[in-house]
Design a protein around this ligand. Structure first.
Ligand code: THU
Length: 129
């Protein structure tokens, strides 16, 4: 799958966002090492701390279907700035794929690519335990 195809899946997923509080709809599409793709959107809650980000929805969907290794994730928001994953999502991605490529997409479709290692240096991981 091309970057553009993965980004299209993230854009489509953003259309399903439940974001009545922030009005900030986010979509994510994660590509597993076997090539399958899982999408997610942010799901907010009146108890704001119960909100879950699009990236963690996509990754937990994949995990719950038996996938644990990821190659790339695209994150899209209808925003002037590139949408980057929050700290909690970086940590969750790092648990499974510390070297995942993260495509951060903005409203005009332009995107920047990072390796998660650079977004979350010195990550806490299972080797500490
Ligand atoms: N959000 C995401 O879903 N992913 C991100 O990368 C950044 C933030 C959501 C959480 C919340 O629903 C809204 O965006 C505003 O923070």
């Amino acid at each position: 799958m091309t970057d553009r195809e993965l980004i299209s899946a993230a854009v489509k997923a953003a259309g399903f966002a439940y974001a009545p509080y922030s009005k900030f709809s986010v979509g994510a599409a994660v590509e597993c090492s076997d090539g399958t793709v899982y999408t997610g959107c942010n799901v907010e809650n009146a108890a704001l701390g119960a909100t879950i980000c699009a990236e963690r929805v996509a990754v937990t969907k994949a995990i719950s279907e038996g996938k644990r290794a990821f190659r790339r994730i695209a994150v899209y928001a209808d925003s002037a700035d590139y949408c980057v994953p929050c700290g909690a999502c970086r940590q969750v991605l790092s648990e499974f794929s510390p070297n995942i490529e993260v495509l951060c997409v903005r409203s005009d479709g332009r995107y920047v690519s990072y390796n998660l290692k650079n977004l979350l240096p010195q990550a806490f991981n299972k080797n500490f335990l």
